[in-house]
Design a protein around this ligand. Sequence first.
Ligand SMILES: O=C(O)CC1=CCC(=O)O1
Length: 259
Amino acid sequence: MPFFEHNDLRTHYEFTQNPGRPVLVFSNSLGATLTMWDAQVAELAAHYSILRYDARGHGASSVPEGPYNVEQLSQDLLALLDHLGLERVHLCGLSMGGAVAQWIGANAGDRLAKLVLASTAAKFGTAAGWNERIATVLEDGMVSIAGATMERWFTEGFRWRERELVAKVRQEFESCDPLGYTAACAVVRDADSRGSLERITAPTLIIFGPQDSTTTGIDAGFLAEHIADSKVTEVDGAHLLNIEHPEAFNRALREFLGG
Ligand SMILES: O=C(O)CC1=CCC(=O)O1
């Protein structure tokens, strides 16, 4: 898969082109890689050109020194869009990727056709909670938080039913560079779009999972209250509901984006 070098970063990406179709960009969550969108690409590549990439510090992208911030991750994506000559795209970000999507919606809205904010929030938890996680990972490594992370990402039933798939996701999570992961924890710790959501003018779909303990229906409601042209939809599941319920997630995207 190709790489794009820009400033301090080497971004790993995959662009699946479907000529004449709109471009849909996927932005990954904390501790995941572009493979988190496998079930979206499998179905949606028939309807869209799809760009997915590993955020800095993740997957096969490089791991520049941290801490990172949401503007930096957003500029990374805008530079990749420029590099590929993509002026206007649909953008779907989940969790940390949703923070990037919110930033681009508020600060570079001319690059967007439609926006999808999945399992995300204007403000994520407390700084103390994120600092504790950063300290744990720096001291004990990714493996030390992998079990609890899978419990937040997937419902218990799914973890039992889909052991192999969850083991693969967990293995990728455990392979994440702890320096990249903790540098990106700072993105989630510090991101705060509460004062800028009103600037988002792109039609926006907000998706949440009723069993998500990280970003809840209350977070989704807050986003909807402050983004003028927005609507909320529920997809059964916990945090990574695009993996747990790809059919429902993909259907929601297609109904909203058209095409
Ligand atoms: O792993 C988690 O805690 C869930 C999460 C928060 C931000 C993100 O991208 O994932």
